[in-house]
Design a protein around this ligand. Structure first.
Ligand code: GLN
Length: 487
């Protein structure tokens, strides 16, 4: 049996019954990383020794009867945006190339407490800015379905690693689509929880009012198992919400008869790849066979979402990134003549082009005289977008759309055209602006064998429903069982 191809649910059953051991499972995953990752580049750091040592500890616990639950002994990875004690955390940037964190992010802490084995830190666009993982200082990640194509971004390393079975699941972050879009392009499941559902403590900030962590997994059920562990309020993150965390697997097997599905007409626009549209429409119609009702809805302010996002996110980023000054963290430019010279050279040499572009846009939008015209206006548009969703959710339980307007594009295809790159997230961004939960579930392949994703959006804190809906689709279709050629 190829252990690496199991789901978390399957592997954890075998671990619980002591039929396989965490050490055995971790060795299988590390060996695959050693063989496959030089071509895919989905990891920035692999914890070769630490992972085996931790697996040995977990094994002892399990043998002595202290089984902790479904993630116990399961090899996972995290995007290199989550700090981890004693381990390098780069955020895909030269400026943090050698930064070693003195503490654990809450996500990592919770994974460790659940007995999961963190095998490494995944590649990503620098500071999570991008849609292709080409903005990483550590080189692009390649898509396991076609090595000449991008895996999406910014959590492209996470999605590629899950897709190529180089971990059982990974934690990504989603500010404007960075969990769902790479999941879609790599043929795996990506869940962006409601803003505030998962603690942001120790997760390097990009745009604080939008950033949210969530699982990228092989199946919807696996995503639910991971969310069970990482969700919940955290005294260290004042924006994490104090609501009880349900068991996200409890109702996942219930049917969807009578479910009301909204199809927003603004998401089926000119320019969307016809094969993507075809697969998504087919998937949506399949829900009708399962007993759901489809209803066309309108989210009239959708067309302003990308513009509002590209004011709000860079504004917040320009403020968050002010801390990288060569004094407190990571890289410092050598040979500086004065303090000012040191700041300037450190930032000029430490940040990549896209990060600098965002800092400049953000600083401009926030500066005196422009604040009202840009930032405030964008925040107002954000409210209108949120209201569109509130109104729609009075009539429907979930909303379905394509995750991305296209399949994985070629490496290099958009890197010189930021606007083209920004449009990759046209269908994922509104959900972040409104703070809603959303999931991308594989729903087919195009004629070249590249994966296509269906996006399911839910009401605030109703991750349970989108997980149940996604799971219902998944068990009636076989898309998630297909394996990429380079895995
Ligand atoms: N691609 C979008 C951006 O570049 C979203 C990134 C994200 O969700 N982290 O900002």
């Amino acid at each position: 049996m190829d252990l690496s191809s199991l789901t978390i649910k399957e592997a954890s059953e075998l671990i619980r019954k002591k039929e396989i051991s965490p050490v055995e499972l971790t060795r299988v995953v590390l060996k695959r990383i050693e063989e496959k990752d030089p071509r895919i580049n989905s990891y920035i750091t692999v914890l070769w020794d630490e992972a085996i040592n931790q697996a040995k500890e977990e094994e002892k616990l399990i043998v002595s009867g202290n089984y902790r639950g479904p993630l116990h002994g399961i090899p996972l990875s995290v995007k290199d945006i989550f700090v981890m004690r004693g381990v390098r955390t780069t955020c895909g940037s030269k400026i943090l190339e050698n930064f070693i964190s003195p503490y654990d992010s809450t996500v990592v802490k919770k994974l460790r407490e659940a007995g999961a084995i963190v095998v490494g830190k995944n590649n990503m666009d620098e500071f999570a800015m991008g849609s292709s993982t080409e903005n990483s200082y550590f080189g692009p990640t390649r898509n396991p379905w076609d090595l000449d194509r991008v895996p999406g971004g910014s959590s492209g390393g996470s999605a590629a690693a899950v897709s190529a079975s180089l971990c059982f699941a990974s934690i990504g972050t989603d500010t404007g689509g960075s969990i769902r879009q790479p999941a879609s392009l790599c043929g795996v499941v990506g869940l962006k929880p409601t803003y505030g559902r998962v603690s942001r403590f120790g997760m390097i900030a990009f745009a604080s009012s939008l950033d949210q962590a969530g699982p990228i997994a092989k199946t919807v059920e696996d995503a639910a198992l991971v969310l069970n562990v990482i969700a919940g309020s955290d005294p260290r993150d004042s924006t994490s919400v104090r609501l009880p965390v349900p068991d996200y697997t409890e109702h996942i097997n219930e049917g969807i008869k009578g479910l009301r599905i909204g199809i927003p007409k603004e998401y089926f626009i000119k320019g969307i790849d016809p094969e993507v549209e075809g697969a998504v429409r087919k998937a949506i119609n399949f829900f009708e066979d399962l007993g759901a009702h489809l209803e066309e809805i309108s989210l009239p302010h959708t067309e302003y979402a990308v513009s509002a996002y590209y004011i709000i996110a860079p504004s917040e980023a320009s403020s968050n990134l002010a801390r990288y000054d060569g004094v407190r963290y990571g890289f410092r430019s050598p040979h500086c003549e004065s303090l000012r010279d040191m700041y300037t050279k450190t930032r000029a040499q430490g940040f990549g082009a896209e990060v600098k572009r965002r800092i400049m846009i953000g600083t401009y939008a926030l500066s005196a005289g422009y604040y009202d015209a840009y930032y405030l206006k964008a925040q107002r548009v954000r409210t209108l977008i949120k209201r569109d969703f509130e109104k729609a959710f009075e009539r429907v339980d979930v909303i379905m759309t394509p995750t991305s307007p296209e399949v994985a594009f070629r490496i290099g295809e958009k890197i010189d055209d930021p606007l083209k790159m920004y449009l990759s997230d046209i269908f994922t961004i509104p959900c972040n602006l409104a703070g809603l939960p959303g999931i991308s579930v594989p729903c087919g392949f195009n004629s070249e064998g590249l994966p296509i994703g269906l996006q399911i959006l839910g009401k605030p804190f109703d991750e349970e429903t989108i997980l149940r809906v996604g799971h219902n689709y998944e068990i009636h279709t076989s898309w998630t069982r297909r394996k990429p050629p380079f895995a």
